[in-house]
Design a protein around this ligand. Structure first.
Ligand code: IPE
Ligand code: IPE
Ligand code: MG
Length: 239
C-alpha cells in the first residue's frame, strides 16, 4: 500500500487523570478509557499506512504513583495486549514491548512473552509499547551491554558510531520516529525515546488521551506534513 503517512509515529499518551477529573471520576477510570483510545489509534494508524506506532504506556517514574493507580496502568497490557491478542495476530500487528523488564510481575512478563512470540511473523503494523520504559534507563542498559561485549571481546574497544550504539538500544529493530505526538497540552518529553527523538518532529495537542483517535491523529499528521525537516542542513537556499 502506498501512503504518505510518516513511517514511524510515536505517542506520549497523556491526560487520562485530567480527563477523569473533569468527570468527577477516579484517575483509574481515565486509564481504562485510555485503553479504548489506544485501540482506536492502532486501528486508525494501520488504516492510514503508518508502519511503526510506538506508544508510551508506563514510565520508569510512574512507580511513584499510588498502588491502585500503578495497578490500573498495568491493566493496559492485561486489557489490551492479552485480551485482544487473537485479533492483533489476525490483523497483522507485530507487538513489541520496550523498557526495563526487571521489576515487572510474572503475569505481565508472561503477557509480554506471549504477545511478542505470537505476533513475531506479522508486519502490517509494528506496534511497540514502551512499558516500564525510561530513555535514560534504556541508554544505561545499552552502555552496560556494550561494556560487556568489549570485556568478552565481542566488540572492539574505542571507535563507536551512533548507528553501532543504537544497535544496543531496545529499539534496535525500529527506525527512529518521524513524528512524536504528546496529548494533553504538556510540552515536554518526560524521558521518552531520548536517543531516538534526535530529529523527530514534535506535535503537541490539547486533546486528552482518552479523547484521541482517528481525527486527532489525522490532524497531527497534517501538521507533520507542513514541517520542513533539515537534519542539520541549510534547507532551502536563501533568496
Ligand atoms: C497518562 O495519563 C497515563 C500515564 C502516565 C501512563 P496521566 O495519568 O499522566 O494523566 P494526567 O497527566 O494526570 O492528566
Ligand atoms: C509520561 O506521562 C509517561 C506516559 C505517558 C507513560 P507523565 O504524566 O508520567 O509525565 P509527566 O509527569 O507529566 O512529565
Ligand atoms: Mg500525565
Amino acid at each position: 500500500m502506498t501512503s504518505n503517512a510518516p513511517r514511524h509515529v510515536a505517542i506520549i499518551m497523556d491526560g487520562n487523570g485530567r480527563w477523569a477529573k473533569q468527570r468527577n471520576r477516579p484517575r483509574t477510570f481515565g486509564h481504562r478509557e485510555g485503553v479504548e483510545a489506544l485501540k482506536r489509534t492502532v486501528e486508525a494508524a494501520g488504516d492510514m499506512g503508518v508502519r511503526y506506532l510506538t506508544v508510551f504506556g508506563f514510565s520508569t517514574e510512574n512507580w511513584t504513583r499510588p498502588p491502585d493507580e500503578v495497578s490500573a496502568l498495568m491493566d493496559l497490557l492485561r486489557l489490551y495486549v492479552e485480551r485482544d491478542l487473537d485479533k492483533l495476530v489476525k490483523e497483522g500487528v507485530r507487538v513489541r514491548i520496550i523498557g526495563e523488564r526487571s521489576g515487572l510481575s510474572e503475569d505481565i512478563l508472561g503477557i509480554i512473552r506471549r504477545a511478542e512470540t505470537r505476533t513475531k511473523d506479522n508486519d502490517k503494523l509494528n506496534l511497540t509499547i514502551a512499558f516500564n520504559y525510561g530513555g535514560q534507563n534504556e541508554i544505561i542498559r545499552a552502555a552496560q551491554k556494550y561494556a560487556e561485549d568489549v570485556k568478552h571481546g565481542r566488540a572492539p574497544e574505542g571507535a563507536m558510531t551512533p548507528d553501532q550504539f543504537a544497535g544496543y538500544l531496545d529499539t534496535r529493530d525500529l527506525p527512529d520516529p518521524d513524528l512524536i505526538i504528546r496529548t494533553s497540552g504538556e510540552k515536554r518529553i518526560s524521558n521518552f525515546l531520548l536517543w531516538q527523538a534526535a530529529y523527530a518532529e514534535l506535535v503537541f495537542t490539547e486533546t486528552l488521551w482518552p479523547d484521541f483517535g482517528l481525527e486527532p491523529l489525522r490532524s497531527a499528521i497534517e501538521d507533520f506534513h507542513r514541517r520542513e525537516r533539515r537534519y542539520g542542513g541549510a534547507g532551502d537556499p536563501a533568496p
